[in-house]
Write a protein that binds this ligand. Structure first.
Ligand code: T46
Length: 326
């Protein structure tokens, strides 16, 4: 599987291997380890498991979207066209994102079998370029009507250039969908479980100073402080959740990316300033990637080190987090 970058840093095209022989041909349409490997090698966060398949069919000129689901039911989508061809668009709907409102469009067809990876936090839309176009989407979260939101396909602030079809048919909801500026924000943080705080910088002509004070800007009593440094840039750390532990992480030097996941929704946070603190409550899966050479990640923790507090298996984490929500 080959990954091609697009003009949006979070959106990727994936090209599967196609095999042809005297009987016809075959394609390995999904191979999770290969998918994760391709994403990791290109510096993309690894998504939560793709748990649902949806198959749609449209005649030429039909436009579906733009759609997204709000956290905690946000959906990442791996989209493939299995018959015909289509123009597939992704729009960044994360209010705090540097690429908020930016879009990318890619033509997918049944011959090349290229797929488009659109992670959580993006709206997507499809325009069928041929009759009997079939779309196959693998998603990270099931369909949830109450969480579904639409954005107007022809919002002038987004300015999507939908090519190649003359007769446009949109669903009733799509036609009257709100403009992006009026749509419900796709919040950057998992509700109530993580928070990215700007710490107060006390600066003067000698430089800067930041004070961390229990009960004031640290929302728990500190029992332990540790720091992670000299991490190789191509390794990932973390890959676990804590049953009780709460933490505050600050990159006091350099930068790294932290993926946070509450079992229903996954987001990536970039820590690249000594004045940004990420508070991670208990029962949040975390993965750390792309450590810069000079990265020193300082972590304040609410508990002493206790291996029995770690959940290091993602399926076990999903089991425990789902039990807690019942
Ligand atoms: C977390 C992320 C952000 C100790 O003996 N004492 C400690 O206080 C810690 C944190 C770790 N260890 C031992 C346990 C392992 O044998 O150090 C070894 C490496 O720990 P781990 O593989 O858990 O490291 P990371 O970077 O994957 O995770 C750490 C923290 O463990 C974790 O709580 O949230 O940083």
């Amino acid at each position: 599987m080959r990954l091609l970058q697009t003009s949006l840093p979070d959106i990727a095209i994936l090209e599967p291997a196609i095999y042809e022989d005297s009987q016809g041909g075959s394609v390995q349409s999904f191979d999770e380890p290969a998918f994760h490997k391709a994403l990791k090698e290109a510096g993309f966060p690894v998504p939560r498991p793709l748990i649902q398949d949806n198959h749609f069919c449209s005649r030429k000129g039909v436009l579906r979207g733009l759609r997204y689901q709000l956290p905690p039911r946000a959906q990442g989508n791996l989209i493939r066209v299995v018959n015909g061809s289509a123009y597939v668009v992704a729009v960044d709907v994360r209010r705090d994102s540097l690429t908020f409102g930016k879009w990318v469009g890619v033509e997918l067809d049944a011959v090349s079998q290229r797929m488009l990876w659109i992670p959580e936090g993006f709206a997507h839309g499809f325009a069928a370029l041929e009759d009997n176009t079939h779309f196959f989407c693998k998603t990270t979260n099931g369909y949830h009507k109450e969480s579904e939101r639409n954005v107007r396909w022809n919002d002038p602030d987004i300015g999507i250039d939908w090519p190649g079809f003359t007769e446009k048919t949109t669903g009733a909801e799509d036609a009257v969908a709100p403009l992006l500026k009026n749509s419900e924000p796709h919040s950057e943080f998992l509700q109530g479980t993580t928070e990215l705080k700007d710490l107060k910088v006390i600066g003067d002509n000698r430089g800067s100073l930041i004070a961390l004070e229990q009960g004031l800007n640290i929302p728990f009593a500190i029992k332990r402080v540790y720091y992670i440094y000299d991490t190789l840039s191509d390794v990932g750390r973390g890959f676990h959740a804590h049953r009780r532990l709460e933490q505050m992480a600050i990159c006091v030097s350099g930068s790294c990316n932290i993926v946070i996941d509450d079992g229903a929704s996954r987001q990536q946070v970039r820590l690249d300033s000594a004045s940004k603190a990420l508070i991670i409550r208990n029962m949040i899966w975390r993965e750390m990637h792309e450590f810069s050479d000079d990265c020193v990640l300082l972590v304040l923790a609410s508990e002493y080190y206790d291996e029995s507090d770690y959940i290091r298996d993602y399926d076990q984490f999903i089991k425990e987090v789902s039990c807690g929500k019942k």
